[in-house]
Design a protein around this ligand. Structure first.
Ligand SMILES: [Zn+2]
Length: 393
């Protein structure tokens, strides 16, 4: 599956017409007792009943309602899966959507103009015909290949996304290289070959900028014109930063996957102690953890996405002790976060993150039995998820 996205002008707020069969489905699931187990089919049936009950649902294309029910089900499923696998931290109990920005159609309810420069929505929500703007490659695909169409509101306009069913895999020749990565605050990441990739400047700049604009919002009275104006400025800034960030992590991930047969990295650790440590460190480095956090998890997703596309291996391993163990002799060398050099009695001296990156690669190779089967499966799963709708295109 591949996606492409087209911006368009005009059209009303997608959120207002999608008025959320999602939420109704979720309510229905919460209100039903455990004995009458609800599954996907029950939800889908319920969404059909909603059509008779509520006018706003009736006006929406039937497949759009179905897609909405599926979304609600996906949220419930995710919650169950997290509980079953005993995922540490929050399990993600499904939440009601209050600020929905998108509506999704499957193969009906819309019609592409033969020249594919216009799209018409045929249900009764009154969106009508939209002109597609900008650079796009939707014309290279047959209409039959388009499996889903989604309208999204962003801070700078409306977008029309197409999910296209085609095989995008491009296996690459083996390189004979393998690499382990450790993400840190000092550098964006360090690898097992001793290279460091710096945090891009805009991370820091964006953080200052965004905070300044954010403060401006609260200076104005609630509900005032000025306040809503500065909110919009804020939203556009955020969007710009997120696009820059995506561009950055995408390029880095692609380069790594292209030049290595195996990329090993740590699974996100949620343990409190680590969080606390990071917090202290952030203060020291005066660096935006939030921006970094998002960038790292995106980074991992893109690595998995490209790995799948180019038939490479992406392996997530447990992070425990990777920075404490000596990558040369395996001895435990305790050190605090502020100690940036790993020095072992065996004579091994490495930059701290490089030492960790080597351990991470070793773990992925199966050098340490506590890593694996499960981790590999988890990363493949993520790769699957990345292929579907909503994640990296
Ligand atoms: Zn050693």
């Amino acid at each position: 599956m591949g996606n492409c996205q087209v911006r368009f002008l005009g059209g009303r707020d997608a959120a207002t017409y999608a008025l959320l069969p999602d939420n109704k489905c979720l309510r229905y699931w919460m209100d039903t007792s455990k004995e009458n187990k609800i599954n996907r089919f029950a939800l889908s049936k319920y969404s059909t009943e909603l059509r008779n009950e509520f006018n706003f649902v009736k006006q929406l294309n039937s497949m759009a309602v179905q897609a909405s029910a599926e979304r609600a089900w996906a949220a419930i499923q995710r919650f169950f899966d997290n509980c079953k696998s005993n995922k540490p931290g929050k399990k993600g109990f499904p939440r009601f959507q209050h600020d929905n920005r998108s509506v999704e159609y499957k193969t009906s309810g819309w019609k592409l103009h033969p020249n594919k420069r216009r799209i018409t929505f045929t249900d009764k929500k009154g969106i009508g015909e939209l002109k597609l703007l900008g650079k796009w490659d939707i014309h290279t695909f047959g209409v039959k290949l388009i499996k889903r169409v989604r309208l999204v509101r962003r801070a700078d306009g409306f977008y029309c996304q197409f999910s296209v069913d085609f095989d995008h895999s491009k296996p690459l020749k083996p390189t004979g290289n393998q690499v382990g990565l450790d993400v840190g605050l000092e550098y964006f990441y360090s690898d097992s070959n001793g290279n460091h990739v710096d945090n891009p400047r805009f991370f820091r700049k964006a953080e200052i900028d965004i905070k300044r604009v954010q403060r401006r919002i609260y200076k104005h009275k609630k509900g005032s014109n000025r306040r809503s104006k500065s909110r919009k400025v804020y939203a556009r800034k955020q969007l710009r930063v997120s696009r820059q960030r995506t561009e950055f992590v995408k390029t880095e991930a692609l380069t790594l996957v292209q030049s290595n047969d195996l990329v090993a990295y740590v699974r996100r650790s949620r343990s409190r102690r680590v969080d606390l440590k990071v917090k202290n460190m952030v203060r020291n480095h005066r660096f935006a953890k939030s921006i970094n956090d998002v960038a790292w998890s995106q980074f991992r997703q893109w690595i998995e996405y490209f790995a799948q596309k180019h038939s490479r291996q992406a392996i997530a391993v447990k992070p425990h002790n990777t920075s404490q163990l000596c990558s040369n002799c395996g001895a435990k060398v305790k050190k605090e976060l502020k100690v940036r050099i790993h020095k072992c009695s065996c004579g091994c001296v490495l930059q701290r993150d490089v030492n960790a990156a080597i351990n991470i690669l070793e773990r992925a190779r199966g050098g340490q039995p506590q890593s694996n089967a499960q981790e590999v499966a988890a990363s493949t799963l993520l790769g699957e998820a990345a292929r579907s709708w909503g994640s990296p295109p």
